[in-house]
Each structure stands twice: as structure tokens, then as C-alpha cells.
Write a protein that binds this ligand. Structure first.
Ligand code: LLP
Length: 427
């Protein structure tokens, strides 16, 4: 459910709107390409997830900043009471910048530096999700040198198949994430003895875009077993962090993924009796279909075998199709009429790479130079994964609320781009 829909427009009969904002009019003002996010959709998704756990008295939903770290998005979620899941000092600073209380922030990631640990300790974050023994020792050194104590959860790799794209599965033994399930008890015993370390939780995150509940069920059964083992060994565990959220639908015709309420029932069954605080780190299901990428058709180029629709957004703006063979629905901003013919086309960007495409062999209403399109479900892992490849400017991000909009990240100028670099003095 999202708030992008065709409605009567300013200069066309039916135009895609973000809430009450006419996207053709917005494109004329902001220029293309740009990302556009819907506040109402962000709020709805956060609430639906949080409310699914309303019966669990002690739950902390830490929005996973990596999905979309735009300050407008973060401030919207912070206002609803979201905690935040961060994976770098940069993300931590973003959470703090929108006034998220440090004790609602969890720090994940396999490669935290000592500087990042020191910063997070000074800020007093809720917990570190520790991913290896050397990281545990480094954190101990940093915390002890400051006379502070780091609350930690070990991220445990349960070696379960999350049945998702191989590049976003994280809970198999061959993935770099977490510590092996079998080694976890001895690492916890070690953690208890280390200065500056207070083991208090267990963390698991088995992957992203998971649309089948059974991998969660298997993983959480192991997590529950582990909590029993640890407690049997005299280790206090007062929270479990169950990682990211559910997968979302990217195609209009695909089966709906499980509902947050179904996920909540599974969680209750698996860990409800442990008497622990529950942490979650959803990203995609909060931000994914709260955002679109708006782009303009530059040229339509038929060759011997196919037709290329060349648009002004490329793989540097949205890399998901190239990187994960991801499908994003494409809609013309001006609603096609029943008479509009359908054409099969590759929608490609201006970047000098064969892999620069937004859609391959896609049946779409016939498009012409100058037409505007929306690449749907681009709110998560879209703008955050953008680059300046080919010296293309990062695209602006616009947050809509009702009939208002705010360009939360303006398009930089070419002067900004050039001014960010220095010339060597020896030439
Ligand atoms: N927690 C941890 C430790 C994570 O690594 C992730 C995502 C999340 C939470 C949030 O998961 P979500 O609720 O969004 O599924 N760039 C890829 C996705 C990478 C996911 C990385 N980790 C994509 O575009 O599909």
C-alpha cells in the first residue's frame, strides 16, 4: 500500500501524484531525474510494523538507515518514535542529527573501526551487534580505555537459507556475517571475562527481501535454543535483535508477501516465552514503496532487434536492476489511455555500460522523447546506493506530505562537484 496514484492533474487529465502533489508539475520545478518520497507511506509502513508488536510490551523498532538515509525520511520516522539501526559513524551521525535518543540506536556491521566504536561509546548507544572475536577484543580495548561498558549482542550466523537473491542473503555459513552458531556459546563465555564488555543480547539477520516465513522460523528456533544455552551457563540475556524486516512486492501481479501481523505471530511463537526485549531492524519494508525515481525519456532508439528507450536516469542513480536483476515497475507519469499501444522496450540510462538499464524487454505503453516515467518501489536502496559514475550529478531527493513538498537534498551544481576535489600542487 502506497500513496502514489493517478489523479486529475494540473495540465493533463490523469497524472501520477505523490499524495496530492502532481509529479509532472514537480518534475518541471525540480528537473529530472529525482527521487520522490511519500511521508504518508513511510508513516503507514512504520506504524503497521510497530503496531503488529503492540502486544509485546518491550519492543524497539530500529529503522535500518542503510535503506534510505535521507534526513527528511529519518526525521519523519524519528517523530514516530523509531529507533535506528546504523552501520557506520556516518549513519550514527545522521540518527543523532534527527534527535534519535542514543539509547534507541544499535550499531551493526562486520568492519567497525576503533574510531567508530569510540564515537558510539561516547554517545552512549544502546548496543553493538558484534560480528567476530577480533571485533569483540577491539571493542573491549576501546571501551576499557574509556572506563565505559559496551552492551553487546553477538550476531549469530545460523546457516539457514533465506531463499532470497544470493547477494543479499546473509545467514549462510559462506556469508561474511556473524559468528558461527556452534562457536557462539564459547564466545559469550569469553565476552563475560573481557573488560568493558557486557553481553546482554543475541542478534540475527539472515538476509533481505525475504518473502517466505520459514527461514525466519528456522533461524529464530536456533536463536531461542541459544538463549537457553547461554542462560544455562549463567549469562544474562535481556534482549534479542531479530534483524531486518520482510520482503516487499515489486511487481503488481506478484503474491503479497507475509503481513507484519503474521511475522509478529511467528516471532511470538518462537521467542515470546523468553521474557526479553525485542529489537527489529526493518529497512526495505518501511521505505521501499514509499519512494519512486522520476526520469524523462531522452530518445527512443530502435535497432535491428529491439527498441531502446533512453532515459535521463541511469545505473548510477538506481543500481538495483543491474546489481540484483531487480524488477521495478515503470509507469508513465501521464496515465496512458486504452488506445495507447504497448511496446516492448529496454529502458536504459545514459551511462557508458551495457549493464546500465532500468528494465529489459519490458512491455510498456508507447513512450516518446520528453515523456516522464516513474520507476516504482525505489525508496529503499535507491538513492543511498547512487554514485557520480560518469561524473553525473547525484539526483535530488524530494519529500512530499499532502500537498506540500520539500527538496530535502537539492541537486548539486557542477561547480560543487569540481570544488570537492583538489589539484596536486606539484604540477
Ligand atoms: N539489519 C542488518 C544487519 C542488515 O544487514 C540489513 C540489510 C537490515 C537490517 C535491513 O534489512 P531490510 O529490512 O531492508 O530487508 N542493497 C540491497 C539490500 C541490502 C540489504 C543489506 N542489509 C538491495 O537493494 O536489495
Amino acid at each position: 500500500m502506497h500513496h502514489f496514484a493517478y489523479r486529475r492533474g494540473v495540465s493533463h487529465a490523469s497524472v501520477l501524484h505523490a499524495e496530492e502533489v502532481d509529479l509532472c508539475a514537480l518534475a518541471d520545478t525540480v528537473g529530472t531525474p529525482f527521487y520522490c518520497y511519500s511521508t504518508a507511506t513511510l508513516e503507514r509502513h512504520y506504524r503497521v510494523f510497530a503496531e503488529a508488536f503492540a502486544a509485546a510490551p518491550d519492543t524497539l523498532v530500529c529503522y535500518s538507515i542503510k535503506a534510505n538515509s535521507n534526513l527528511g525520511v529519518l526525521t519523519t520516522l524519528a517523530a514516530l518514535g523509531a529507533g535506528m539501526d546504523v552501520v557506520s559513524e556516518g549513519e550514527l551521525r545522521r540518527a543523532l542529527a534527527v534527535n534519535v535518543a542514543p539509547d534507541r540506536i544499535a550499531f551493526s556491521g562486520v568492519g567497525k573501526t576503533k574510531e567508530e566504536m569510540a564515537f558510539a561509546l561516547d554517545e552512549g548507544i544502546f548496543a553493538f551487534n558484534v560480528e567476530s572475536e577480533p571485533e569483540l577484543r577491539a571493542l573491549s580495548e576501546v571501551a576499557a580505555s574509556k572506563g565505559l561498558e559496551a552492551r553487546i549482542a553477538l550476531r549469530v550466523n545460523p546457516d539457514v537459507d533465506a531463499k532470497t537473491h544470493h547477494k543479499i542473503a546473509t545467514g549462510k555459513a559462506e556469508n561474511k556475517f556473524g559468528v558461527p552458531f556452534d562457536q557462539a556459546p564459547s564466545l559469550y563465555r569469553q565476552a563475560v571475562t573481557l573488560p568493558g564488555i557486557m553481553p546482554a543480547g543475541v542478534h540475527m539477520h539472515i538476509g533481505s527481501q525475504i518473502t517466505d516465513l520459514s527461514p525466519f522460523r528456522n533461524a529464530f528456533a536456533l536463536l531461542s535454543e541459544l538463549v537457553g544455552t547461554l542462560r544455562g551457563g549463567g549469562i544474562t540475556i535481556d534482549f534479542v535483535n531479530l534483524g531486518g524486516g520482510l520482503g516487499i512486492p515489486y511487481r503488481p501481479d506478484e503474491a503479497a508477501p507475509p503481513l507484519p501481523t503474521e511475522y509478529a505471530a511467528l516471532v511470538k511463537e518462537a521467542v515470546g516465552d523468553l521474557g526479553v526485549r525485542l529489537l527489529f531492524e526493518p529497512g526495505r519494508m518501511i521505505a521501499g514503496n514509499a519512494g519512486i525515481l522520476v526520469s524523462r525519456v531522452l530518445y527512443v532508439k530502435p535497432n535491428q532487434t529491439k527498441t531502446f528507450t533512453i532515459v535521463d536516469a541511469g545505473m548510477n542513480d538506481l543500481i538495483r536492476p543491474t546489481l540484483y536483476e531487480a524488477h521495478h515497475q515503470i509507469l508513465p507519469l501521464v496515465e496512458p489511455t486504452p488506445e495507447t499501444p504497448t511496446r516492448i522496450t529496454d529502458v536504459v540510462g545514459p551511462v557508458c555500460e551495457t549493464g546500465d538499464y532500468l528494465a529489459l524487454q519490458r512491455p510498456l505503453p508507447e513512450l516518446h522523447a520528453g515523456d516522464l516515467i516513474a520507476v516504482m518501489t525505489a525508496g529503499a536502496y535507491g538513492a543511498v546506493q547512487a554514485s557520480q559514475y560518469n561524473s553525473r550529478l547525484l539526483v535530488p531527493e524530494v519529500l512530499v506530505s499532502g500537498d506540500r513538498y520539500c527538496v530535502t537534498r537539492p541537486r548539486p551544481s557542477y561547480d560543487d562537484m569540481l570544488a570537492a576535489e583538489r589539484l596536486p600542487e606539484w604540477i
